[in-house]
Ligand binder design. Structure first.
Ligand code: FAD
Ligand code: UDP
Length: 380
């Protein structure tokens, strides 16, 4: 008998499997319908021996020391700060928009204070910032919004920025200085030997059994277990009883080029002319030395693997109905980006699953006390 059946071997499922097995001595069966562990962070060496990320570029960053240290038990880190250029007006300029972006686009040489004034003049006054359009136009004005955000967002989500929550575009800050890092988190690093190796270390425990190529629904009635943790799409768990939650998918096109370097930085964004949103060159991320180089193009699409929950009010409304069902489903816990329909980064998923582990532990503690009390009242 397994103590836990966990569906999904991405960060959400793997963190819980590791904690329950190594932290609490529980017996865990970890099931994934894909042929590998790691979820969307899975990486592998391609035919040319270059380490690539099967489901698009994954760059680790967090402000939380506990999360960084927790994962550090399973990998060494390679410090890496991601930088992105955007192809706009025939130039490659830094995104997030910073002092250099403004000066290069407009042929100026503004100081930090002058950049602030320049953007204040362009910014549109908003009573309330509700949509992604509001989030950007209220900071940088309509012209920069149209150059950098409008079409990129339409491609990425199949929606206009005015149809998406402000939080989506608000992921990208605006800077008056020359900092051209994509993220400013305290801890920014890549697992030295890749994500898959890190997951192998996490899951290397005698209490964890792994079953791949298996949809949990095909085995759930045959395998005895006490409780379940589910990290797949929440609407699928409930057989889409309220209808399908929208997810955005991506088609990844990989290319290996017979030269050492393809582009000047880890990622180049293409907001406007191209059908793809961005090209990422893996060697920047992994630090690998190789005479060839591999890149991935991202073509967003509606159908396919569910990669992105789509943050907008009507979807949140539908999710809430599923969440209510989830909270009244006994002995099943829901977590992860798909299980809780949240546009979470890797570190947020790790944090969410570590918190769920603590909650499970404290529930068990409370049950012990309740049972203990019952016992004492029953035996005078
Ligand atoms: P997943 O990794 O999706 O794992 C869920 C697993 O459940 C999958 O392996 C799936 O096969 C399995 N599953 C689903 N249904 C079933 C079923 N019925 N039976 C059995 N198994 C099932 N985050 C960052 O922090 N930095 C980045 O740079 C970054 N880049 C990203 C780029 C892209 C293109 C995408 C899509 C995401 C990116 N993320 C990034 C987000 C990151 O991928 C997620 O936060 C994280 O991987 C979520 O982990 P998870 O375990 O919740 O979900
Ligand atoms: N975005 C944009 N132009 C850019 C970069 C980002 O319009 O050059 C918007 C777009 O809506 C995107 C969101 O900001 O989906 C968040 O970008 P991020 O790079 O964080 O997306 P992710 O890496 O999660 O795909």
């Amino acid at each position: 008998m397994f103590d836990y059946l966990i569906a999904g071997a991405g960060f959400a499922g793997a963190v819980l499997a590791e904690r329950l097995a190594a932290g609490s001595g529980k017996k865990v069966l970890l099931i994934d319908k894909r042929p590998h562990i790691g979820g969307n962070t899975y990486d592998y060496y391609n035919n040319d021996g270059i380490l690539v990320h099967k489901y698009g570029p994954h760059i680790f960053h967090t402000n939380c020391r506990d999360i960084f240290d927790y994962l550090g038990q399973f990998t060494e880190w390679r410090p890496y700060e991601h930088r992105v250029l955007a192809s706009v007006d025939g130039m490659l300029v830094p995104i997030p928009i910073n002092m250099d972006t403004i000066n290069r686009l407009y042929g100026l040489s503004l100081s930090a204070e002058e950049v602030d004034r320049f953007l204040q003049q362009k910014a549109e006054k908003k009573e309330r910032v509700i949509t992604s359009e509001d989030a950007v136009t209220s900071k940088v004005g309509r012209e920069l919004y149209e150059k950098f955000f409008k079409n990129y967002t339409r491609k990425q989500w199949g929606l206009d920025p005015s149809e998406l929550d402000a939080a989506v575009a608000a992921r990208i800050p605006t800077r008056n200085n020359r900092d051209n890092r994509y993220f400013t988190d305290t801890y920014q690093a890549m697992p030295l030997h890749g994500y898959t190796r890190m997951f192998e270390q996490m899951l290397n425990h005698p209490n964890i059994k792994i079953m791949l190529n298996t949809d949990y629904k095909d085995v759930v009635d045959d395998i005895p277990f006490k409780e379940m943790i589910y990290t797949g799409p929440i609407d699928y768990f409930f057989d889409y009883c309220y209808g399908k939650l929208p997810y955005r998918s991506i088609e990844f096109k990989f290319e290996t080029i017979d030269k050492e370097v393809f582009q000047p930085t880890g990622t180049v964004n293409y907001p406007n002319e191209q059908a793809y949103t961005r090209i990422t060159e893996f060697k920047y991320l992994t630090g690998q030395q190789h005479s060839k180089t591999s890149v991935v193009y991202e073509f967003p699409k509606a159908e396919g693997d569910p990669y992105y929950p789509v943050p907008r009010p009507e979807n949140m409304g539908l999710y809430k109905r599923y969440q209510l069902l989830a909270s009244s489903t006994r002995n099943v816990y829901f977590t992860g980006r798909l299980g809780t329909y949240r546009y979470y980064n890797m570190d947020q998923v790790v944090g969410q699953s570590l918190a769920l582990y603590k909650k499970i532990l404290s529930q068990k503690e409370n049950q012990k006390h309740v049972n203990g009390n019952k016992f004492t009242t029953l035996t005078p």
